[in-house]
Design a protein around this ligand. Structure first.
Ligand SMILES: [Zn+2]
Length: 73
C-alpha cells in the first residue's frame, strides 16, 4: 500500500512539474510576440507603424518623424 502511494505521489509531482514546465515555456514566447506588437505605435499623421522607442510622442499621439509631428499641430 505504502509503495503504491509513493509511486502515485511521485507521478503526481512529475505531472505537476511537466505541466508547469510546459506552461512556463509556451506562453513566454507568446508574451514576447505580443509585447513586440504592443511596442509598435502608429504615426498619427501618416499611419506608419514605428517602434515605440523610435516614435516621437506628443501627448498621447505618436509620430514617425518630427515633420509629421509639426504638421499635425
Ligand atoms: Zn508619419
Amino acid at each position: 500500500m505504502f509503495g503504491i502511494r509513493v509511486l502515485i505521489y511521485l507521478i503526481g509531482i512529475g505531472l505537476v512539474i511537466w505541466i508547469l514546465v510546459r506552461l512556463a515555456k509556451s506562453p513566454r514566447v507568446e508574451q514576447k510576440t505580443r509585447a513586440k506588437v504592443d511596442d509598435m505605435v502608429r504615426c498619427a499623421r501618416c499611419g506608419t507603424f514605428i517602434p515605440r522607442n523610435e516614435a516621437l510622442q506628443e501627448g498621447d499621439r505618436y509620430y514617425c518623424c518630427s515633420r509629421h509631428r509639426n504638421e499635425d499641430r
